[in-house]
Write a protein of this length. Structure first.
Length: 142
């Protein structure tokens, strides 16, 4: 409660359940979108991974290397919206990968889950849609 100079107290209006549902969660992190019609979308080396990464393309090939990236969040969401281009994602050695929300049109993703070598690795959730291309996911060696 805040008391003003005139002695009256000012209270913020109550927040309804509908208003709470539309608010972003606390510490939602950042969202970035990478989009290209054709060509190549590539990220590698020491780059900062946002909390939510959206990749959109009709024809481009996508290559994301998270093995040396700076990952500040325990969970990273990668949303793919790809037409005919394929995608290759390299995740850190101790990452846990979740593909439950990925929809593919032509080819199933290639991914062989491995047992995490160290506890506490990031969880990489991959979702979205892929048309004719294939998604390949591999764990980094180091």
């Amino acid at each position: 409660m805040t008391v003003r100079a005139g002695g009256s107290d000012h209270r913020p209006p109550p927040v309804s359940e509908d208003d709470r549902a539309s608010l972003p969660p606390e510490n939602a992190g950042t969202t970035s979108t990478i989009a290209a019609v054709s060509g190549r979308i590539q990220r590698r080396g020491a780059w900062r991974v946002p909390r939510v990464l959206k990749v959109e393309s009709a024809l481009a090939r996508v290559r994301l290397d998270l093995s040396r990236a700076v990952i500040e969040y325990p969970v990273v969401d990668i949303e793919l919206r790809l037409g005919t281009g394929g995608a290759e994602i390299t995740v850190p050695r101790d990452a846990i990968v979740d593909l439950e929300d990925l929809r593919t049109g032509w080819k199933d993703p290639l991914y062989k889950a491995r047992r995490p070598s160290r506890p506490g690795g990031p969880r990489i959730r991959i979702s979205g849609t892929m048309g004719l291309g294939r998604l390949k996911i591999r764990h980094a060696w180091r």
